[in-house]
Design a binder for this molecule. Structure first.
Ligand SMILES: NCc1[nH]cc(CCC(=O)O)c1CC(=O)O
Length: 336
């Protein structure tokens, strides 16, 4: 292999993420690369995301392109990837993670606590909607979707953000008081000036995998000494790998996808004296925010390397805690 082909979705965020990954892999392997744009059902369908059925609408076409050998490397937002691994494919690298927090982008940069009474806040995510309502029951949640720029342009005073969008030029603009988006996406697009508040995970627990990328290849290309395999191994970040492994194991054990009202955040911390620790917090919310159930656990790790099975254990353990303590909420929001 003298050159590898990298599959990407066509959105501006996906292109930005893929370009960064492809360049890093080229730099470290000495191989050239070519970008292949793949249209996904998630980009074509226009219905509310939560009703589009099943998980992985964004990921499946990219994965198919790997199987078809249309591309050799697929770059996903890790949170859009179904929690179950697929035979024949391997997440060969989880690069250093961006900010994991959700960002409030509001008219006049008002923080969440200072939004006007009954403010209209846009999000297509049941997880964000439920946690917003748990914090501010007076809010009016508006179901929105579309690219980052399109969503930002729904906020009063931020209409110009639609210029960074490639879709829906005539979409509604300036009709909302705020939207909530992943801080990571805004940063990667250079749109961090639109962030009014990065929401504390105690108020808004992010989606499992938020802020992380997954670099997926055919399983045989992830191992061995070939230049691409070596570059992928070097590009994998131990902390991001452990955190996202625990978060994905949580979702997998709950049999939940990215549209479930479930938050999950693992943090790896390496103390200079004590052992490294992996902590995982999870939340399940009633869609209307009227009830939330939380669980958390932590695990000391001897070293970052070789700890991936322990991270799976942690995710499974927190999921089982939620299942054991379920008073009906969990069973209501997912098929257990
Ligand atoms: N579901 C769409 C999606 N997938 C990944 C990101 C942002 C980047 C990330 O979380 O890594 C977004 C947009 C958003 O949630 O605002």
């Amino acid at each position: 292999m003298e050159q590898f082909r990298v599959g990407t979705r066509g959105s501006r965020l996906a292109m930005t993420q893929t370009t960064t990954v492809a360049q890093a892999l080229s730099d470290s392997s000495g191989l050239g690369h070519e970008l292949i744009t793949v249209r996904t059902d998630g980009d074509i369908l226009t219905g509310p995301l939560a009703q589009m059925g099943g998980t992985g609408v964004f990921a499946s076409a990219l994965r198919q392109a790997l199987f078809d050998r249309t591309c050799d490397v697929a770059v996903h937002s890790l949170k859009d990837l179904p929690a179950k691994d697929l035979d024949g494919l391997s997440i060969a690298a989880v690069p250093v993670r961006e900010d994991v927090r959700d960002a409030l982008c509001s008219a006049g940069d008002a923080p969440l606590t200072e939004l006007p009474d009954g403010a209209k806040v846009g999000t297509g995510s049941p997880r964000r909607a439920a946690q917003l309502l748990a914090a501010r029951p007076d809010l009016q949640i508006v179901d929105i979707r579309g690219n980052v720029g399109t969503r930002l342009a729904r906020v009063r005073g931020r209409e110009d953000a639609a210029e960074v969008s490639t879709q829906a030029p005539d979409a509604a603009r300036g009709d909302l008081d705020a939207v909530v988006l992943a801080g990571a996406g805004l940063r990667r697009l250079g749109l961090e000036h639109h962030i009014s508040e990065l929401l504390d995970p105690g108020v808004m627990l992010p989606a499992p995998g938020q802020g992380a990328l997954a670099v997926e290849v055919r399983a045989e290309d992830a191992v061995g000494q070939a230049p691409l395999a070596m570059a992928l191994q070097a590009y994998d970040d131990a902390a991001a790998r452990l955190e996202t492994t625990a978060e994905r194991a949580l979702l997998a054990r709950l049999n939940a996808g990215c549209s479930a009202p479930i938050g999950g955040l693992a943090r790896f911390s390496e103390d200079t004296d004590g052992p490294a620790v992996l902590q995982l917090r999870a939340v399940v919310c009633a869609p209307d925010g009227s009830a939330v159930q939380r669980a958390q656990a932590e695990l000391p790790l001897d070293a970052a390397g070789g700890s991936v099975p322990r991270a799976v254990e942690l995710g499974t353990q927190v999921a089982e805690q939620l299942i054991a303590e379920d008073s009906g909420l969990l069973a209501h929001v997912i098929d257990t």
